[in-house]
Design a binder for this molecule. Sequence first.
Ligand code: ASP
Length: 584
Amino acid sequence: MYRSHNCGELNASHINKEVTLAGWVQKSRDKGFIVWVDLRDRYGITQLVFDEERSSKEMLLQAQNLGREFVIQVKGTVIERASKNPNMPTGDIEILVSELTILNEALLPPFTIEDKTDGGEELRMKYRYLDIRRNPVKNSLIFRHKVTQEVRNYLSKEGFIEVETPYLIKSTPEGARDFVVPSRMNAGQFYALPQSPQTFKQLLMVGGMDKYFQIVKCFRDEDLRADRQPEFTQIDCEMAFIEQEDILNAFEGLTRHLLKEVNGVDIEKFPRMLYDDAMRLYGNDKPDIRFGMQFGELNEVAQHKDFGVFNSAELVVGIAVPGGNAYTRKEIDQLIDWVKRPQIGALGMVYCRCNDDGTYKSSVDKFYDEGDLAKWAEVTGAKAGDLICVLSGDKNKVRTQLSALRMEFAERLGLRNPKEFAPLWVMDFPLLEWDEDTERYHAMHHPFTSPKPGQLELLKTNPGDVKANAYDLVMNGNEIGGGSIRIHDKETQALMFDYLGFTPEQAKAQFGFLMDAFQYGAPPHGGLAFGLDRLVAILGGQETIRDFIAFPKNNSGRDVMIDAPAAIDDAQLTELSLKLNLKS
Ligand code: ASP
């Protein structure tokens, strides 16, 4: 038996007990005649003591020579500590060691294995197995386990069946690039790794598995934006014989269960917001509603004066920053520079101070009098002491810019409390979105998403106005997941591919199997997928997902620990019938 107890469980009730512990040396304090060693394992830290009086000479010497992160086993007696540490669960006791075995020596770790480490991100990733010994990472992984466990409990209880779907497949249409895997047995042919199990879960519905879920890896070869991983985990779900309402209820139930079990938070009903309203009020399809600062559209009250910038703009829109009138002129100038940075791209910012005495002072006083500005305040909901910030220009661009500014203010004003959870459904997304690069419409969600009833006809005349039976769950300004009610008949699906610019041949080559299946009795169905990494991070009160992933990749998609991706040798290439064509 390697250990009778772990390093986090012994306390005063165990005094005089003979125990065996095993773990890593966190640190030791050597006073010459007495040595204390902190022994660590996954469960905690227990203090060991060796001294001249009670330990053998050899063992004391051995203890003095223990290095950090040595793996040891000790036998000994639990005794009361002379000076107790009330901050540790094991702080009342220590182990008087009678037998010390070094199980393995360790090199000095390249960074300190402490809650606050001196190791930079890259170094910690290279030695991730050491990083995992640290509490913040270890606890994040344990937290993730708890969340996934609760997901499985809840969905199983609700009658969902977890079914695994293959990883070596054919392209799935989630809008990213595929990772591909060459097939040795089928020279010149490639599998694609799933961007999601989308087509398989729909086929499972045709197969009669009317409530499916899977905690599953998905792979998307995208240029990595901050805090994205090329492989990530989804809670993937699909249901048959349901309507949108059933899906929303099922997964609102799951989210509520997680918030309750994991965070001890009760949230009654999640608000629902139409996509169009989210864009109008927050400039964003994943609004953070933990705080206000809703957009006020000012076209009616700010255009047709003499201010050309506003008059020529598609949209003039502002927010009222609470207490913002306290900003100095210099601070406001800095904000203007902030929105003008290329990352935000605004051409400028107009502002209006709402003075405590009820008067207004704007940066465009030449064009607008007090009466005009009072209307701005009314539309944006500004009160005395606030600052109204106004941007103008192309509608879509300006909404994105003002949304970024709103989030920046929220950050500066401390309004993004990670302990507060504000979930909501955003509904009725557009079916299609215009892609500037290819000058074509693309499916906003994916091509299996059904248009709202009665809107199929609109596809011909106003494709951009067609709304979909598609929904996202948003929490604290992040998209937690999304899904849709699917098309389940072959004709509509064919029509959809046609609108998306697939020739019938292309559609058949890529998705013929699905269209075929639809001819064999496909039930009405729909589903959604949650991004597990992000969900766990948010429930854990953090916005970066990396620490909730045991072995994450860096921003260039590399695993710096195992050094992947890596070249393969010529023999392997030959076996795969591949030839490289590298540009040096
Ligand atoms: N497959 C979709 C996704 O990965 C989710 C869904 O429509 O169920 O985003």
